[in-house]
Design a protein around this ligand. Structure first.
Ligand SMILES: Nc1ncnc2c1ncn2[C@@H]1O[C@H](COP(=O)(O)OP(=O)(O)OP(=O)(O)O)[C@@H](O)[C@H]1O
Length: 296
């Protein structure tokens, strides 16, 4: 990792995206540093994949901008792992990555073996992709995403449908990649793994980040004892639903927003989550359609 590479690896400003009348992203801003694992969590349909597609440059947003300062001399700036990576059957894992390596600028062919090793598939390099398990196929997708040593990795639900051990393995690989200086943006519903492995967590809900911070900060902010519990409090509070708060010794007390209890140890009107952790920099918003730009 070059010492003079900029600390910020990806910066998104005021991303807006609607589909017809449905506003999915409404002024989402995000900065991710080299070596940071930034997790995007949120209810189904909250717009995580939509945001990741914009960050990866796969889809243009209606407004806002994404910039990726050039941090190191890799063959590409962004590696992307889709939610359901699919590979053409009949080829080995090695040949499959070899094919993708050819599509990249520069001399990436030598990266194939290294990429397979990085994601722990070195020993199955000669197996047909059709014979790989779902978890291994996801790891192969990650291997494809890291070809060319991109400065930024965008991972869309890498753990979905995988057993807990495979989820841990995937997130361990992600942690290793971040330790090498890669900035990682990962959308995930695997909140225990996110709590362990993410440096920052952004809760996407209602088109914006309802809360942002380290896992410890979100727990402290909501009084929850796990990221899963913090997540529920944040999204329920925004929906105006009853919230559940763990009391001392694991006791749980249910409260309803705006309803004071009967003198029991009830947390008042639901969880309050301020948005101070969300970086919003509207002063530098680019007008018009967003593009992913790589700063030279
Ligand atoms: N191309 C599209 N055309 C129309 N609507 C879309 C399109 N892509 C996404 N949407 C809608 O945008 C919303 C956000 O979808 P998105 O897939 O980004 O959510 P998500 O948070 O990734 O969901 P999940 O957790 O279920 O994967 C949904 O209501 C979805 O139906």
């Amino acid at each position: 990792m070059s010492e003079d590479a900029p600390a910020i690896a990806l910066r998104a400003r005021s991303i807006e995206q609607s589909f017809g009348d449905v506003e999915v992203l409404s002024g989402v801003s995000l900065s991710v540093e080299r070596g940071e694992v930034a997790a995007i969590v949120g209810p189904n349909g909250s717009g995580k994949s939509t945001l990741l597609n914009v960050l990866a440059g796969i889809a243009a947003s209606d407004d806002g901008s994404v910039s990726i300062p050039r941090g190191r001399g890799g063959a590409r700036s962004v590696g992307y792992l889709p939610q359901r990576p699919a590979f053409r059957e009949g080829f080995s894992a090695r040949d499959t990555l070899g094919f993708y390596a050819q599509l990249l600028d520069g001399d990436v062919a030598d990266d194939v073996a290294a990429s397979l090793d990085r994601v722990g598939l070195g020993e199955v390099a000669d197996r047909s992709v059709g014979s790989l398990s779902g978890g291994m196929t996801r790891l192969l997708g990650l291997g494809e995403a890291v070809l060319g040593d991109p400065a930024v990795l965008i991972l869309d639900e890498p753990g979905s449908g995988l057993d807990p051990a495979m989820v841990e393995r995937l997130f361990d690989v992600v942690g290793d990649l971040a330790a090498d200086g890669t900035a990682v943006v990962v959308a995930s519903h695997e909140l225990p793994a996110v709590e362990t492995h993410a440096d920052t967590v952004h809760v996407l809900d209602g088109g914006t980040f309802a809360a942002s911070g380290s896992p410890a900060e979100l727990l402290a902010e909501t009084g929850a004892n796990s990221l899963s519990a913090a997540f529920l409090r944040i999204v329920r509070a925004r929906a105006g639903e009853p919230t559940v708060r763990a009391g001392v010794g694991g006791a749980s007390v249910v409260s309803e927003p705006g309803v004071d209890g009967s003198g029991a140890d009830v947390e008042g009107s639901g969880t309050e989550v301020d948005e101070s952790g969300t970086e919003v920099d509207e002063s530098e918003t680019d007008a018009g359609e967003a593009e992913v730009t790589v700063d030279e």
